[in-house]
Design a protein around this ligand. Structure first.
Ligand code: 2NL
Length: 343
């Protein structure tokens, strides 16, 4: 009998009550009228009269300990449940979502452009947005009275007096390439992405700040065919393998010959739509062979070296790609607009 009591005591001690189900099982196994403890009490009548007081005492102790364990476990389960519900916050409310930033659509497009040219061997160069007039205009073969030099078109920060240089917000990223040509020896193969500034009337289509990516390649025997091949490769990767290109003669002071390049409209596949104004073409960039005067101005011998250059707007491509109809949205930093461009 003592042996039975001892082994039941061990069973009770080992029983782990971790939830309401185990609590109920404990009660059914040990404490009910047909449970293990009650059945030992029933056997008490067969114990010899001498042993009965001791065995009875042991059994009572066992019963009390089991009841105590049941009660304690019940209380601790109830209090842990209560502690969850007593939080002053409503735990059924949805969690707080943290604000996460996202890449600006202009930076996404710029990132794609950079990646394509980097894979073709161009390296990235950047330069100051505050420039001197010499690098922004003179070295690029702009004649002294060119309209771009006008106050109406350029943000001048300081007009140079007595032969001093003007200080202005760069109107294109070309001065970065000028710096590269002055600092490095050919062969040169660089792209220059960045913000540029124009003092223009602000509208849905044009803003006083926008992004440009220009490219420059200078080596011996660089030809217009090299330029065309590079632009073709870029356009197919950027706008899709089926795009067609159109090179139209154009003029820039810093290139000769010069061309403007159109891609077949990638929204209507050249059939004509609202975006391409029924023409089937979108103008994407300007390009040409670097003018011999520009090479000379930067200490490069035009008899030995030739090169091509190109420049494209980034914002307009971003507007087209994401079907946005107002460029000003790119510069307002309205999180409601920007958060639509997650991942
Ligand atoms: C356009 C046209 C162009 C260049 C940019 C360039 C730079 C140097 C020398 C020669 Cl340092 N050319 N840049 C050449 C042709 C066109 O940009 O429509 N951009 C948005």
């Amino acid at each position: 009998m003592k042996h039975s009591i001892e082994s039941l005591q061990q069973e009770i001690d080992r029983f782990e009550i971790t939830g309401p189900d185990q609590l109920e099982e404990f009660r059914l196994r040990f404490l009910v009228r047909k449970g293990h403890i009650a059945s030992l009490f029933k056997q008490l009548k067969d114990v010899s009269p001498e042993e009965k007081p001791l065995v009875g005492q042991l059994l009572n102790r066992l019963k009390t300990a089991a009841e105590q364990k049941y009660e304690d476990a019940g209380k601790s389960l109830a209090s842990s449940a209560a502690s969850v519900h007593s939080l002053k916050d409503d735990i059924t409310l949805p969690g707080r979502t943290r604000f996460t930033g996202s890449e600006h659509p202009v930076q996404k497009v710029l990132g794609d452009m950079k990646q394509i040219f980097q894979a073709m061997g161009f390296s990235i160069e950047t330069g100051p947005e505050l420039e001197c007039g010499t690098y922004n205009f003179d070295k690029l073969n702009f004649p002294p009275n060119h309209p771009a030099r006008d106050m109406q078109d350029t943000f001048f920060v300081r007009i140079g007096e007595n032969g001093e240089d003007d200080v202005l917000l760069r109107t294109h990223t070309s001065p970065v390439q000028i710096r590269v040509m002055l600092d490095q020896e050919p062969p040169l193969r660089v792209i220059c992405p960045g913000k540029v500034y124009r003092n223009e009337a602000i509208s849905a289509r044009s803003y006083c700040v926008f992004h440009q990516l220009e490219g420059l390649y200078i080596d011996r025997n660089v030809s217009f065919a090299d330029l065309k091949a590079t632009i073709y490769s870029f356009a197919k990767q950027m706008f899709g393998p089926d795009v067609r290109l159109r090179f139209r003669p154009s003029f820039f002071p810093f290139t000769e010959p010069s061309a403007e390049v159109d891609v077949s409209c990638y929204l209507c596949n050249g059939k004509g739509c609202k975006v391409c104004k029924q023409t089937g073409w979108l103008e994407i960039l300007g390009c040409g062979m670097v003018h011999p005067n520009v090479l000379k101005n930067c200490g490069i011998d035009p008899e030995e070296y030739s090169g091509y250059a190109f420049g494209m707007g980034v914002d307009r491509t971003a507007l087209l790609r994401y079907r946005i109809d107002d460029i000003r949205l790119f510069f307002e930093n309205d999180a409601r607009m920007l958060e639509q461009f997650r991942a």
